[in-house]
Write a protein of this length. Sequence first.
Length: 283
Amino acid sequence: MRIDAHQHFWELARRPQPWLDGPETTRIRRDFTPEDLAPETKGAGIDKTILVQVLPDVTETREFLATAAATELVAGVVGWADLTDPQLPETLASLCEGPGGELLVGIRHLVQGEPDDDWLNRPDVRRGLGAVAETGLAYDLLTLPRQLPAAITTARALSDLTFVLDHLSKPAIATGELEPWASLIGELAAEPNVFCKLSGMVTEAKKQWRIEDLRPYTEVVIEAYGPKRIMFGSDWPVCLLQASYAEVVSAGEELTRHLTAAETAEIFGGTAHRAYRLGKHGS
């Protein structure tokens, strides 16, 4: 089974997306639904996806779970819940017990938008992450490189929680800088409970990108994590700002072409299946 471990949906009339208001996002300022994605995945040979939250809104998560339950395409949902809320355990239980709740596989917060680079180390956040672990869910890390030190200490402190790093922590692909990002990625990868998504690179390139622009960053991640802790993600439809769905999948295939068939199968399915415990959640 080939899995795209990172994609989104939104319907603007149902839930406005203020982050799409700028001129740079005109291309994706429209609805994106399972019906839009299905032909793209079929054409690229992708069997299942992981649907990831967009807004910090638990109602969106409930809607995504219902959407996932109504389509065979989505294998799991990474939703949102307030990590700092003392009632988080009850919220997570409610999500798991509600419509489509068996498809909830993880929680994510937009840490990249937090002004405090040490946000993950806050006691109330750590308490919330502990509740995520107790529920048996993974936690997606959406960080910028400067927030990686806090991610490292957090992953180290919560060894029973599975962390999944999104978009390689958004390195400076546009300028070609590797350090200090590469060293921090290696430090985070030293924690065995951390996985990494090979995703979001074309948008971080922020220009007419080439495979060779992406390769140095892919090589750092493959060396640090190994194929069994890396999963491919398209970041559709955000990727459409720079590339089509087919082009992103093709880029992922090209960047991993030097690996064995078994290693490639891990990146394009096996890793996501394990990290998100998809079999356990009935997907």
